[in-house]
Every structure is written in structure tokens, then in C-alpha cells.
Design a protein around this ligand. Structure first.
Ligand code: XMP
Length: 254
């Protein structure tokens, strides 16, 4: 089954479109093992209210992808959840190939890549491996932070058409062209979600981070066309993570 179909199936079954960003603040190296038990507990508490777990450097750096995070990936799979590695791959093709091989070997169902690198000797090797292994590739289109406008929001001359356009519009078109499994657009920019949804329609689902801690709102992101909401600190830093996840899930279900 394709990654996209798997996400749809799990979201339907779990009645949730919430992707948990399993992120924690820096821990001193001698305490880093405590991160594993924190992550393990939160996963156990919130799994009824989410459809997927997104991992980031927050856990991969202190715990290691293969010896540490892989156990959490397996636990998430055992709970019927989908797993995503937010590594924003951004290097030359031969390096991207190795990055993708390791993350897919660690069990991740999809990884996030940066379309700034282009197709040839950039994204292509990642898509080739993903297709061979039936895994997903999700592309950044417009990031959630303030400085995103300096890169993703730039006015550019499209390298292929020679037309004046916006960087993120070309990335949305590329997500369609390459049949990416998802496109990331920050919930902090609902008007951009709407514009990107106008290009992607139902063909490529929009994943939207930035809810809560970064100021994005659930309703405006969904109304604009986001399919999945990525939520981290509003859940992981909450006094009661299960309650926070349940509340966010219920708000998103409307
Ligand atoms: P918070 O705590 O802000 O966590 O809910 C959000 C998570 O998502 C990541 N993030 C992004 N990932 N494109 C991405 O691929 C983005 O535009 C983006 N914005 C935030 C962030 O690193 C954290 O893991």
C-alpha cells in the first residue's frame, strides 16, 4: 500500500488527522536516556488521538536512529500509527540516497525533503528509493516560521518556464509533478495553504505544522485546505499530554 493510502486508512480508522511531533527540549548528554522513556510514555498516552508520529533531530541526535528511535518507530507501528522522519533532506543526490536508505531502514514510512535542491542529483534518488520500498516523500512548500518568506516566499524567475512567480508556487507545482506524497505548508500562513490547495487540490495532501506554540490555528488551517495537522509542543509540553491531544483532535474533527 502506498504511503498516502496508508495515511488515509489510519486517519479514518483512528478518526484523527493529528500528526504528533515527538519533540523534547535539549537534555544534558548524561541524561539523554530519559528522553527515550519520556517519548515512550507520551506515545503510550496519546496514541488513541493521533494518526501518525513525526520524529525530528530532537530524538535522532541523542538516541540514534537505528539503536534508539527505531524502537519508538516499532512501538508506533505496533499501535497502528504511521511514522514520518522530518529530516528535511537537503544535500546532493549521492548523500541523499544514503540518508534515505538509513531512515527507511530504521522503519520510517516517509521522510520530508527540501525541493530547493532540485530534481536531478537532488530529489530524484530519494523518490527512486521511496518508490522501490513503497515509502513516502513529503516536500516542503512553505515553512511555518517567520523567516520563511526570505526563501520560500521569494519572487523568482522560474528556471524552467522563465516566468516571474513565487518560490513556493513552483514548489507546489513540483510536488504535483513528482507525485510527492504530501506538501508541508505552515498553519501560520492559512492564505498560503489556500493558494497551495488551489494548485494541489485533493491530489497531494497538505501537512500543516505550526499549530499552538507557533501561533497557527486549527480551524483556519483546515478551512484553507490542510489535510493533516502536525502538533508538537502543545502536546508534548502540556501538563496532561493525553488531554491536550484529545482536545486538539476533537477541535480538528469539528
Ligand atoms: P511545534 O512544537 O511548533 O512543532 O508544534 C512543530 C514540529 O514541526 C516541525 N516544523 C516543520 N517541519 N516544515 C517541516 O517539515 C515546516 O514548515 C515546519 N515547521 C515546523 C518542527 O521542527 C517541529 O518538529
Amino acid at each position: 500500500m502506498s504511503f498516502r493510502a496508508k495515511m488515509e486508512q489510519v486517519a479514518k480508522k483512528k478518526e484523527s488527522n493529528i500528526v504528533l511531533a515527538l519533540d523534547f527540549p535539549f537534555e544534558k548528554l548524561e541524561n539523554r536516556e530519559s528522553l527515550f522513556s519520556k517519548a515512550n510514555h507520551i506515545l503510550g498516552d496519546v496514541h488513541p488521538y493521533i494518526c501518525a508520529v513525526k520524529f525530528n533531530h530532537h530524538l535522532v541526535l541523542p538516541l540514534g536512529a537505528i539503536d534508539g528511535v527505531r524502537k519508538l518507530v516499532e512501538k508506533a507501528h505496533g499501535m497502528g500509527l504511521v511514522t514520518i522522519m522530518d529530516c528535511k533532506v537537503n544535500d546532493i543526490g549521492s548523500t541523499n540516497q544514503v540518508i534515505a536508505e538509513y531512515y527507511y531502514a530504521a522503519g520510517f514510512d516517509a521522510l520530508i525533503a527540501n525541493p530547493f535542491i532540485g530534481w536531478e542529483e537532488g530529489l530524484q534518488p530519494i523518490f527512486n528509493i521511496a518508490r522501490r520500498l513503497q515509502r513516502g516523500v513529503i516536500l516542503l512548500v512553505y515553512m511555518s516560521h517567520k523567516g520563511a518568506r526570505e526563501g520560500y516566499g521569494q519572487t523568482i524567475i522560474d528556471a524552467e518556464t522563465g516566468d516571474k512567480t513565487l518560490q513556493y508556487i513552483t514548489f507546489a507545482r513540483k510536488a504535483l509533478k513528482y507525485a510527492a506524497d504530501g506538501a508541508v505548508v505552515g498553519a501560520t500562513y492559512p492564505e498560503k495553504i489556500k493558494e497551495v490547495f488551489g494548485i494541489l487540490g485533493e491530489k497531494t495532501p497538505i501537512y500543516s505544522p505550526g499549530i499552538g506554540a507557533q501561533g497557527g490555528e486549527i480551524k483556519s488551517a483546515l478551512v484553507a485546505g490542510a489535510r493533516y495537522l502536525i502538533v508538537g509542543r502543545a502536546i508534548t509540553q502540556a501538563e496532561n499530554s493525553a488531554e491536550a491531544a484529545k482536545e486538539i483532535r476533537n477541535l480538528a474533527q469539528g
